[in-house]
Design a protein around this ligand. Structure first.
Ligand code: PRP
Ligand code: MN
Ligand code: MG
Length: 179
């Protein structure tokens, strides 16, 4: 796996301190509220696990599985909900947790879908943001890093469903894509 990596962009240490900083901000902003974190599977899985453990008060979590990329590196624009939320979000303060926002189409779809369920509030928290590729205009409250338009993997993010288990975020060698 290590042989496939071109460059490490965010190391484990760097990610740990960024995630802690984001969780501290969320803890401050939502202190005293009934916060529900919703992780978007599968990509947000790793970020969600680290983020929630740095939040300073008891929260609830839920997951939704949505996929628009499948095995491709290009968004299809069609978002499929593969697993819905387990609980109602009516009257709740919800933060949707994402690993990366690219075209914004996944979140545009999810926000619209969630708003119809009448939450008290809804905000977005993403570790990575690729604004160059944005198609849908969405408001994002918490952003870890802005990154250029390069395909990256690790810390939950996949290429053809692989490399999610890398503990850091990295770019892949061109040879991996042309295999
Ligand atoms: C990836 C990523 C985001 C979404 C961002 O998910 O985890 O959810 O794409 O892209 P967008 O802003 O262009 O919609 P993917 O569909 O690959 O599913 P996965 O999380 O299971 O990998
Ligand atoms: Mn995803
Ligand atoms: Mg994916």
């Amino acid at each position: 796996m290590i042989n496939d990596i071109k460059e490490v962009l965010f190391s484990e240490e760097v990610l740990r301190s960024k995630v802690k900083e984001m969780a501290q901000q969320i803890s401050e902003d939502y202190q005293g509220k009934d916060l529900l974190l919703v992780g978007v599977l599968k990509g947000a899985n790793v970020f969600m696990c680290d983020l929630m453990r740095e939040i300073s008060f008891p929260i609830q979590i839920d997951f939704i599985a949505a996929s628009s990329y499948g095995h491709s590196t290009e968004s299809s624009g069609v978002v499929k909900i593969l697993k819905d939320l387990d609980y109602s979000i009516e009257g709740r303060d919800v933060i949707i947790v994402e690993d990366i926002i690219d075209t914004g189409l996944t979140l545009q779809y999810l926000i619209k879908n969630f708003k119809s369920r009448n939450p008290r509030s809804i905000e977005i928290c993403t570790l990575l943001n690729k604004p160059e590729r944005r198609i849908a205009n969405i408001d994002v409250k918490y952003i870890g890093y802005k990154i250029p338009d390069e395909f990256i993997v690790g810390y939950g993010i996949d290429y053809a469903e692989k490399y999610r288990n890398l503990p850091f975020i990295a770019s892949l060698k061109e040879s991996v894509y042309t295999k």
